[in-house]
Ligand binder design. Sequence first.
Ligand code: BYC
Ligand code: FE
Ligand code: FE
Length: 481
Amino acid sequence: MDLINVDYREKIPNNVNLTEDRRVLKALEGWHPGYLDWWKDMGPEGFQEAMVYLRTAVSVDPKGWAKFDYVKMPEYRWGILLAPQDENRTVPFGKHKGEPAWQEIPGEYRAMLRRLVVIQGDTEPASVEQQRYLGKTAPSLYDMRNLFQVNVEEGRHLWAMVYLLHKYFGRDGREEADELLRRRSGSTDSPRMLGAFNEATPDWLSFFMFTFFTDRDGKMQLESLAQSGFDPLSRTCRFMLTEEAHHMFVGETGIGRTVQRTCEAMKKVGVEDPHAIDKVRALGVVDLPTIQKKLNLHYSLSLDLFGSEVSTNAANAYNSGIKGRFRETAIDDDHRLENSTYPVLKMVGNEIKNVDEPALTALNMRLRDDYTRDCAKGIERFNKIIERSGVKFRLALPHVAFHRQIGEFKNVEATPAGVLLDTASWNRERDNYLPSSADGDFIASLMKPVTEPGQFASWISPPKVGIDNRPGDFEYVMIAA
Ligand code: BYC
Ligand code: FE
Ligand code: FE
């Protein structure tokens, strides 16, 4: 079989020649029923029987890898897809730079690699769990389909990490794969591993913010693992990134369409002041200051996913050739970083200051800076939408010290502008910076499901084009009676 196209005659579609890898095939077949049970229990609630117009990967060739068709989600063909192997690939950074990329795990890096694969794997099912009730309040069939597409692909990302665990980590890999199905987002006894993946995703604006900000952390982390000297991890992540692009499209267009609807509604009746919250809300749209608060929340939660600004874990992972920088191979330097520094924002006494740190320990900070730049471009596209409508308002990313639970700023309170506050002032101001329970109630009141093909809820504009170029009234989900 060729390793570009995916074999769909197999029970587990794949391009890694599983039929000839009996041990791993048996292990995955043993894991499969538990995965399906997990999907039925924790996947999209109420829509397991619906026919959903989904794309399935049929090849890993970036040109035309997908086919679209109606499927019931539990029958989705989750598979194992790796980008093609480059025989000449070498370790691109760290102390092994220039050595042939590893096809097996070097013994001394086994524990480190396992930890990274498990953390990555844990986030994928977590996001499905967080989003499981959203189908019931979808603003349109188009949006519902996009949600389910994201969900099945996050399920496939779990498969991707589980394949690595079974193939390369022996017995403890099997145990970790089982644990990935056991932990639950938000559980007190066995929560998911990273903070943001235990938060609720209560409404569709949160979902769009999550796919904009948190899936974008996924993109950055996958980009840095795609640089890995451990070639199977690199190849897996490279294919995952092609799927990730759609998740960020869902987030960006979702927020953009929400912003657009708000501005159009304001202009139509002549509400000029974006801060006239009651007047704006009476139009059945989300006021821009509340959108800013949602953005403050999701950006700050996602910044925590980068770990501490100064981290020896990050230095070790880089030095060992396990986890690189964003676009490592395009950077013009020695790719070892033993003698360079990087500026890190830190608390120095009572002030937030830039301090030069050894570049190796500052790698989390560097990746986070790359992430912030990527986010900022999206925010500017939202501002263009607002500007074109004639409404006077700008969205902005809050300061990195704002509302943090991990790293340098976890013990301080700062405003979105980065001004430090005492606890009493923070408590007084909090609801101006982050969504209040009243804001949540208002948003919840807008979340009325719309299931008529081509129709959209009051608070969101229709998309410019359909998925797979389908017409506006296309029935993206056939909901079972
Ligand atoms: N929550 O040295 P430090 C995605 C722990 S999203 C809880 O700074 P490091 C997706 C840390 O584990 C991408 N604990 O950490 C998106 C460590 O604990 P131990 C997921 C945290 O290792 C949407 C201690 O604090 N992939 O794919 O430099 C939908 C010291 O920390 C947190 C990855 O994250 C936290 N936020 O950096 C679906 C890639 N942060 O070991 C999917 C793999 C830190 O001392 N992970 N801690 O007990 C990594 O690369 C790194 O482990 C991290 C942390 C960037 C997460
Ligand atoms: Fe993912
Ligand atoms: Fe994603």
